[in-house]
Design a protein around this ligand. Sequence first.
Ligand SMILES: Nc1nc2c(ncn2[C@@H]2O[C@H](COP(=O)(O)OP(=O)(O)OP(=O)(O)O)[C@@H](O)[C@H]2O)c(=O)[nH]1
Length: 385
Amino acid sequence: MSLPAGQKSADLFKRMKGFELLGTKEHPSDFSLIRAEYINTRIRLLALLFSVLTPLWIPVDFLILPDGTFLSMMLARICLSVSLLALWFRTSFTHSLRRARQRLIILMVIPSIFHLATQMILGDYLKDESLASYTFLPFLIIAIHCVFPLTLKEGALLAFLTIFALSVDEMIHGRFLTLQSLNTLWLLGVIMGIAVWAQLSQLHMQLKLFEKATTDSLTGLLNRRSFMHQAETELNRSERYARPLSIALLDLDHFKNVNDTHGHQAGDQVLIHFSGLLKEELRSTDLIGRFGGEEFIIVLPETPVHEAEKVLERILDNCRNQAVRYDGGVVNYTASAGLGELVSDIRSSLHAVDIALYQAKEQGRDRLQRVPEQNQPEMNTYNKL
Ligand SMILES: Nc1nc2c(ncn2[C@@H]2O[C@H](COP(=O)(O)OP(=O)(O)OP(=O)(O)O)[C@@H](O)[C@H]2O)c(=O)[nH]1
């Protein structure tokens, strides 16, 4: 389900082309965690709401149902209410999409069983028009599907399971696929279609918001906040498995001159070009972020500094040799970089590569400066080995 950490740049969103609505394969793993939590919150709310509303109908049952039937209905309502309350109680906060999906199925199955029970309890009484409302529950269950942001696959599977559960009663009584049951199925199907549409619209909206919140609109790279969050995750992973992790800060040289000479839009093209170079040269598992105006940051998991150095030299070399064509003109540019190891504290590692970058600029720009051993913040587990 989840993608490699570095593949969460906005580049990803450009590749999507609608497939993100089909299944979760194209979803950034961070997005899936947020969606799981969102779905879970709604399950909790609905479970609590219906566990309270269901027993409130008991006085109405008392007034309109014969004694024996009333008692069975009351028992069914109490069972439904208690089951939903248990679901609410057990549905604690989750970051697992799989768990959220399981809970969603349970949320649909519990009232479907209640519906089956009520149809059996009420039996022939249901022919009485005044009890028509007791047959409406399937429509309510399906309408509830609208509140979840689901992919087409998830929505279709949930729809199938729900309609199947709701049809068990018809099957038991041999009414399945009769004209009357087909009529009901058709209506349920139409409402389900609308529900799936609502689910997809919600998912689409959430993906767009996630994209806007996590990426830089010009270059499509991770924005600073999102980058820091993912770098933290990478750092934890590297510490846990004692793996090397490199970090580099890159800055375009005399970028103000580019803007002043060729115009701001040409400057934008240079930024886009440089982002393209980074994406080309780095692995899909690397993190790339735009840190500020013409400043970029990268984290290279599983890469010791001497390996990262080769990659960065290649990037700076490409920069030097590839001109950007804009509006009939040609813009040449170079970049400088500070490189070091990402160790236990991101801020101090960042500070160290920032100083190295400053030194690269001081020494004439268009070059790479490694963080000297003595300036490197406290070693991580990998280096202690
Ligand atoms: N076109 C464009 N320019 C930007 C953007 N963000 C920041 N800038 C410009 O980047 C320039 C950065 O200038 P400085 O901080 O002086 O740095 P510099 O000219 O690159 O000089 P050195 O870093 O010392 O080599 C400023 O002129 C900003 O206006 C952007 O999104 N698009």
